[in-house]
Design a protein around this ligand. Structure first.
Ligand code: SF4
Ligand code: SF4
Ligand code: SF4
Length: 675
């Protein structure tokens, strides 16, 4: 047998004379992208992504259909090859209508695979659900309870009736797994590298979890008596029982993460000492200072910040509230503060908010529940002055407001009604209008114009070598916990690269997205969203026990089954998206009219989503040449070409049963086996 030898990317590849470049590359373990190639059918060479360049050879060659000549020296990733391949993928993506991921996942700041874990819950596999969640988020039972769930705002089920209760489903699965069969992955072997994490809140704990899984020795230093940060000291017990948080923190500690509390950087240990004793340092200190009201009387006794109140209560300290308490602000911290004041025995609790309920940033459910618990909302009012007697708050003078033109946030801006005020007698004014960062102890790190730690948005690096920063303490300031968690997960990957001498920036994966028309949703039967059962207001307003009772198993499974499964079933295996991402394609470069077709072709056991089909013809060839059936064919010409069953009679469909070879061969998610 005559043998030949070629060199691809410096690797010697040997095979029989007459072999294609692709055959030899595969024999030598060199990867060349392909879409329309399949071992069981004849060479086709249509998709044009398997190009290679040869020394002394003028043209790029298709590896799948070019017979190799002995001695060739080839490269698969030259700039010319990459550029040509990128164009090939851009052309393919220009007529590709599909959602790689559901909008829920794309709108989650941590990128959790909502569709994946909702499906696992629907199938009754809670442990698998937690496994999926923990790929991005190590605190599912805690976050499932408190997250304002931006995923649900993007959920397409809203177009049918209401969004899937994604966050509470996470809470359901995480609680069951935590209680019955906790899931903690096994860490990699010890790397010999150490990381100091300053701050044990959601960001610090998340980074610790993912870095520990990579085998690094992680120590968290936190100023408070216990770990958890704002999840412990900024979220009341009735929303997040601390036993749940403790259990999830214990799971992180079980990975070998060392947790040191009551350590204030700049007091108990200097920042430079920490830097010097670890290979990398991550600052995740959060935003723990209150924004002031900037009105007269702010210095009076009885005025405090919303998070200061919540912290005191979490620490078991006397918050010193009187009978009449005013909370200023319209966000979730204001809701936490007013509902906490109710539970501490205040008789009259007011929320002072300068716009109307429609503009309130707090979650609707929080507002409703606060109202049920007896909180009075004074909309269109703003503190003009805090009045006092003997150095203590006695009342708040409220400026009456009205709504003017929309401001930069798109909400109508509050405008003072001249000369119109109201005096509200109160004992306390709690200011919950925002939080800022306290950078004391971190003076060496460069700040941005807002006085917040400046961190690179892709590398998470600061102005100091080996020092990274994430979360509320950086760039844009305070946000929701899941945003800090998302950053921490990405930063952990960058730090891991840094510790291995290869710091790669975070890059959002390329995904294909589509926008179904409203008619698409008509086909789905309306099913109401599951309601979280809660304790009655009269009972719950008297204690700090958890108010949610949790979904029953029946309710959770039914709720999860409402999911429309918007993302592609093939996302993890799809070669089109794998290469489109690798070659950083611009899907809009050749943008034009796209085929508009949603899952319109259904055989007995196979569903075809024509929008995702790239007309590689592989299914047709496999069906004919490998399966020996020839059921499928290309129909039409040019842009109008589609794959169709040639015959629609039942005899043909019967032939198709139990085959599925076309589905296995399809390089995209265009084909799906229905059972
Ligand atoms: S076929 Fe591939 S590229 Fe298309 S939506 Fe599915 S995963 Fe994304
Ligand atoms: S219907 Fe399911 S997959 Fe679609 S956005 Fe909602 S949760 Fe995600
Ligand atoms: S359905 Fe057939 S032609 Fe379309 S991408 Fe899949 S294998 Fe290729």
């Amino acid at each position: 047998m005559d043998m030949i030898k070629i060199t691809i990317n410096g690797v010697e590849c040997v095979g029989e004379k007459g072999s294609t470049i692709l055959d030899l590359a595969r024999a030598g373990g060199v990867e060349i992208p392909t879409l329309c190639h399949h071992e069981s059918v004849k060479r086709y060479g249509a998709c044009g992504v398997c190009l290679v360049e040869g020394e002394g050879l003028p043209k790029l060659m298709r590896a799948c259909s070019t017979v190799a000549a002995d001695g060739w020296v080839l490269s698969t990733e030259t700039p010319r090859v990459k550029a040509a391949r990128q164009v090939a993928f851009e052309l393919l993506m220009s007529d590709h209508e599909g959602d790689c991921k559901g909008p829920c996942s794309l709108n989650c700041p941590a990128g959790t695979d909502c569709q994946g874990y909702v499906k696992a819950i629907a199938m009754g596999d809670d442990r698998e659900a937690v496994k999926i969640i923990k790929d991005k988020l190590p605190l599912p039972a805690s976050i499932g309870r408190v997250c304002p769930h931006p995923c649900e705002s993007a959920c397409r089920r809203t177009k049918v009736e209401e969004p899937i209760s994604i966050a509470y489903l996470k809470y359901f699965a995480a609680d069951r797994v935590l209680k019955n069969n906790p899931y903690v992955p096994t860490p990699d072997a010890a790397s010999g590298k150490s990381v100091a994490i300053i701050g044990g809140g959601p960001a610090g704990l998340t980074a610790a979890y993912y870095l520990a899984l990579k085998g690094h020795a992680v120590t968290i230093y936190d100023a408070m008596p216990k770990m958890g940060g704002m999840l412990r000291y900024g979220i009341p017990e009735y929303r997040l029982p601390k036993a749940v948080l403790d259990a999830e923190i214990a799971e992180i500690a079980s990975l070998g993460v060392v947790m040191k509390n009551n350590v204030k950087v700049g007091v108990d240990v200097s920042f430079s000492e920490l830097r010097a004793s670890h290979d990398a340092t991550l600052i995740a200190i959060g935003a723990w200072s209150n924004m002031g009201l900037r009105c007269k009387g702010e210095e009076l006794s009885g005025v405090m910040g919303g998070i200061e109140l919540l912290r005191k209560v979490a620490l078991g300290e006397d918050a010193g509230l009187g009978k009449n308490v005013a909370i200023v602000g319209g966000g979730n911290t204001a809701m936490d503060a007013c509902r906490t004041a109710v539970r501490l025995g205040a008789e009259n609790v007011y929320v002072i908010y300068r716009r109307t309920r429609d503009e309130m940033p707090a979650e609707d459910i929080e507002i409703e529940e606060a109202m049920e618990e007896g909180v009075t909302f004074k909309f269109l009012t703003n503190p003009a002055e805090i009045l006092g007697e003997d150095g203590k708050v006695s009342a708040v003078k409220l400026q009456i407001m009205e709504l003017g033109e929309p401001d930069a946030s798109g909400r109508r801006s509050p405008v003072a009604v001249e000369g119109k005020f109201e005096i509200l007698p109160v004992d306390n004014v709690i200011c919950a209008i925002g939080q800022k960062v306290n950078v004391k102890g971190f003076e060496e790190v460069e700040l941005n114009a807002k006085g917040i730690i400046a961190a690179d948005e892709r590398y998470f690096t600061t102005s100091l070598d080996g020092v990274f920063a994430v979360g509320d303490a950086t760039n844009r300031g305070a946000s929701i916990a899941i945003a800090a968690i998302g950053e921490a997960n990405k930063a952990a990957a960058v730090i891991h690269g840094y510790l291995n001498g290869m710091p790669l920036p975070y890059r959002a994966p390329f995904v294909s997205e589509r926008k179904p028309k409203d008619e698409f949703f008509d086909r789905f039967e309306k099913m109401p969203r599951a309601k979280m059962p809660v304790r009655p207001a009269e009972e719950r307003r008297n204690d700090f026990c958890e108010i949610n009772l949790g979904f029953s198993e029946e309710a959770a499974r039914a709720e999860a089954k409402r999911c429309l499964e918007c993302g592609c079933h093939d996302y993890k295996d799809c070669r089109l998206i794998k290469y489109a991402d690798r070659y950083v394609v611009d899907a809009k470069r050749f943008a034009g009219v796209k085929h508009e077709c949603f899952k319109e072709q259904r055989l007995e056991i196979i569903e075809r989503d024509q929008g995702k089909c790239i007309l590689c013809n592989l299914c047709v060839r496999v069906c004919r040449e490998d399966a020996g059936k020839g059921i499928l064919g290309l129909v039409g010409r040019g842009f109008g070409t589609v794959i169709k069953p040639e015959f629609r009679d039942s005899a043909t469909i019967a032939v198709c049963r139990d085959c599925g070879k076309c589905v296995a061969a399809c390089p995209t998610g265009a084909l799906k086996l229905l059972k």
